[in-house]
Design a binder for this molecule. Structure first.
Ligand code: SF4
Length: 472
């Protein structure tokens, strides 16, 4: 919010239920239903479909004026019945939107009632599992919606372990619980790393197939892939949990830690050199395995590329914005590259964001003094960009109006990217992801400044003269 405005203008976040859809869509045979007004599901389906270029079905209980006045009980039950009949899911994630929360519907109670009426039990093997999540957007953002949904899923499946909170059948696996901003290739990359190190692992949620499916003649009603339900139920038996993101709290990891005494490790999203190093070092610590040669070579290639492009990136002033954990890792990478992130911002309200960004600057480039903002909208980001005068913007595609108005290039990273194709194919994590990001940033800067071609352009002036003579 700017000083001149008491309202949010173009939020730098997305709605909380959208985060829950991102989480539920990474689970096998799962359908999402929003309890609220129709427009919420239309808007969020559009956002996700534009970003991933995949069909995204999200049902709605479609509350109208009547539901808003008398409560949405009947609409929700009808919606659940329709979802079961049309999609035949094993799991239904029910996320509330603003209206349902404002009128105060007791969603867990309505679901209990519905299950009794329909004769749906609690056996995850036989029955449909319905998981409610409270996600009004006036509270928080898609970041917390994702976190809350995953916690609700892990809790619900852990219930099948009974009242007694104890590891029953140790499986020796490693749980990985990521953040909302990963792309399908990011998930594939992390799974490959886990395959090469841990061997046995459970990745929740897995959007690698559900949001990046091959073309098929018979489009399934629910996208294939996602974390198998049997694996989610097995998570409390794992040896440890690994959570991505340190700015936002990973509630599913915390739950497993507190309820099952499971060791839980939270690490930054492995973007850039040092954060990918941290990811591997934690894996080595937990598993006691060496870092596979393949990744050591990839690290060497990244270092080589960083040396190659250092002369183009050093001192380039950047503005980085987006989801808090994404911005945290991106900023670290900018500093490693010798860039000067003059403005670091997130749309989420976060108590620890400023302190953590300050720590990173203190460790890598203490002489720099960035402007760090949280809870901003694009209106205030625009003001901050005007004050800080960055030469490049790095963030999601909603910053394109600022970039265009100010003639600054924008490198599209994060969620959403809906004005370009290929967002579902952008790899950002791991050493390979860092290399790809490095190339994109450097080439954008070269394109904008002509740094690379400037020395070569000294000669064509002579050609200009020749051309002129010939023309004459
Ligand atoms: S702000 Fe609330 S009512 Fe509006 S689209 Fe988002 S969830 Fe729906």
């Amino acid at each position: 919010m700017t000083k001149r405005s008491y309202a949010t203008v173009n939020p730098c976040i997305m709605c909380q239920p959208m985060g829950s859809a991102l989480a539920f869509k990474g689970i096998e045979n799962t359908m999402v239903l929003y309890h609220g007004s129709q427009g919420c599901s239309t808007y969020m389906r559009l956002q996700l479909a534009h970003h991933f270029r995949e069909p995204v079905d999200i049902a709605s209980s479609s509350l109208s004026e009547k539901g808003a006045v008398y409560g949405g009980r009947e609409n929700l039950k009808k919606g659940l019945r329709n979802v079961i009949n049309r999609y035949n899911p094993k799991v239904i994630g029910v996320a509330t939107t603003c209206l349902a929360e404002t009128i105060g519907d007791d969603v867990p109670a309505i679901i209990r009632e519905f299950k009794e009426e329909e004769g749906i039990g609690n056996d995850p093997e036989k029955d449909i599992i319905i998981i409610p999540v409270s996600t009004p957007s006036y509270g928080e953002s898609h970041v917390s919606g994702y976190i809350k949904a995953l916690e609700a899923v892990v809790r619900r499946f852990a219930e099948s372990h009974g009242e007694e909170r104890a590891v029953k059948n140790p499986n020796g696996k490693l749980n990985l619980i990521p953040v909302e901003s990963l792309s399908p290739p990011d998930v594939r990359e992390l799974k490959e790393i886990l395959e090469a190190t841990a061997g046995n692992y459970i990745f929740l949620p897995d959007i690698s197939e559900t949001f990046d499916a091959p073309l098929s003649d018979n489009l399934p009603k629910i996208a294939q892939g996602g974390t198998p339900l049997s694996e989610i139920a097995d998570m409390p038996n794992s040896r440890a949990s690994f959570g991505l993101g340190i700015v936002s709290k990973n509630l599913a990891l915390e739950y497993l830690k507190e309820s099952y005494g499971m060791p839980g490790y939270s690490v930054p999203i492995p973007i850039g050199l040092s954060k990918t190093d941290t990811f591997f070092m934690e894996l080595v610590n937990i598993l006691g395995c060496p870092i596979p040669e393949k990744y050591q070579k990839e690290r060497g290639r990244l270092l080589d590329a960083m040396v190659d492009v250092h002369k183009y990136l050093y001192g380039v002033k950047a503005a980085v914005y987006g989801d808090p954990d994404m911005v945290f890792s991106l900023t670290t990478f900018m500093l490693e590259l010798g860039m000067d992130p003059v403005l670091v911002a997130t749309g989420s309200k976060s108590r620890d964001f400023g302190m953590m960004i300050g720590q990173i600057f203190g460790e890598i480039r203490p002489e720099l003094a960035p402007v760090v903002l949280d809870g901003i909208d694009f209106d205030s980001l625009n003001d901050a960009v005007s004050n800080c005068s960055p030469e490049i913007l790095i963030g999601n595609s909603n910053g394109r109006y600022i970039a265009k108005a100010r003639g600054i290039p924008l490198v599209r990273v994060g969620l959403p990217i809906h004005d370009r194709v290929g967002a579902q194919r952008i790899l950002t994590v791991g050493y390979r992801g860092a290399l790809e990001l490095l190339d994109r940033i450097t080439n954008t800067i070269l394109e904008a400044t002509d740094t690379f071609t400037a020395p070569v352009q000294a000669e064509p002036a002579a050609y200009d003269g020749l051309r002129f003579e010939r023309n004459v």
